[in-house]
Ligand binder design. Sequence first.
Ligand SMILES: NC(=O)c1ccc[n+]([C@@H]2O[C@H](COP(=O)([O-])OP(=O)(O)OC[C@H]3O[C@@H](n4cnc5c(N)ncnc54)[C@H](OP(=O)(O)O)[C@@H]3O)[C@@H](O)[C@H]2O)c1
Length: 379
Amino acid sequence: MIGWRAPLALAGARWAAKRLGHGHDPEPPPRPAGGDLLGVLPWAAAGVAAGVGAAALSRRRRTGRLTGRVALVVGGSRGLGLQLAREFAAGGASVVVCGRDTDSLDRAVAELTGRGAAAHGVSCDVADPDQVRAMVAEAAARFGRLDFVVNNAGIMRIGPQEALAEEHFRAAMDVMFWAPFHVGRAALDHLRATSGTLVNIISIGGEVAVPHLLPYSCAKAAARALSEGLSAETAGTGVHVTTVVPGLMRTGSHRGVAFTGAPEREYVWFAFLAGLPLLSVGVERAARHIVRAAARGRGHLLITPMARVGTAVHGIAPGLTQAGLGVVGRLLPAAPEQVEERDGVEASRSPAGRLVDAIGTLNERAGDRLNQEPRARRG
Ligand SMILES: NC(=O)c1ccc[n+]([C@@H]2O[C@H](COP(=O)([O-])OP(=O)(O)OC[C@H]3O[C@@H](n4cnc5c(N)ncnc54)[C@H](OP(=O)(O)O)[C@@H]3O)[C@@H](O)[C@H]2O)c1
């Protein structure tokens, strides 16, 4: 948030320093001792005041867009969704979060309320269209309006396609394509009434199909088409649709991911990449960008340099990314004869898994901050 405030204050101080150094005066008149310092103080004070004033203005403009508004974050009980709810609430919005697990939902609502937010939780499995419609209706009724609706719920199953069943693809489509479809259908009238924004969290995996993530990539690609199509069809109606394409974010979600095939080996490569600071971005920063884009009704947002480069290269030379991912695919663990399945906490029990967790310490800490499955279960 300091972002552009600091440069303003610095510019004021630098201006003052220039005057102190008599930058424009080759032969400065003699001054009494201490006069330089006294002369520069008003300029330094003006620089700091300009920085502080600009910061306050920026904060007022940001909160101005959110105060009195209502945000529904689907899948807001943990991870990125919880951080988005915190960000909306920090700007003055009331928030409704949903998820299946009532314990983590209750913890999320208690935390948001503890921060002074007006928050409400709805227990809902978004794979069920009836539950989705009831959830959107309850969210709209709770605070009387809906200004932002974020399709954030996601699930991930990692493994080679030979180890995956058709039902795994269907489950991914239910949560990451059909759920946004039903949420959008139920929410659009509410959003039209407030000139609100529907936000769809897609993924770089929906732009470029990633090996061992096929159900996820298929569902995200379909969701991206839905989001961009809705954006085009609602243009000029007052409703905005924001398509968000993040690269890797440190949300600590690897603990809850399902690993199939050779789970311990799948865990190692995935948790390693997800935790690398150079490849992944902090979730707080990502959430700030997303909420700002939603408040401005931006159509598209790419997050992380990797997502920008990946999307651009794939758009220009899809054969090249295909060849590169072919190499990656050959490096990933082959499907074993005996297919096994574990969640991230269990799959991390190998020595290599523990080492990867130690390397990806930022992602581990994010998991603790973001209400993720406790590591203590690992034993
Ligand atoms: N993390 C990344 O690097 C990354 C990168 C690109 C895109 N994304 C996308 O960003 C979004 C958030 O990711 P994340 O890492 O924060 O995931 P996460 O920590 O696993 O959180 C997922 C959220 O969705 C909810 N959810 C899952 N299935 C649901 C269902 N059937 N019904 C209702 N709620 C459900 C979860 O709650 P319950 O489990 O209690 O239901 C949880 O609140 C996802 O759409 C993901 O695909 C993530």
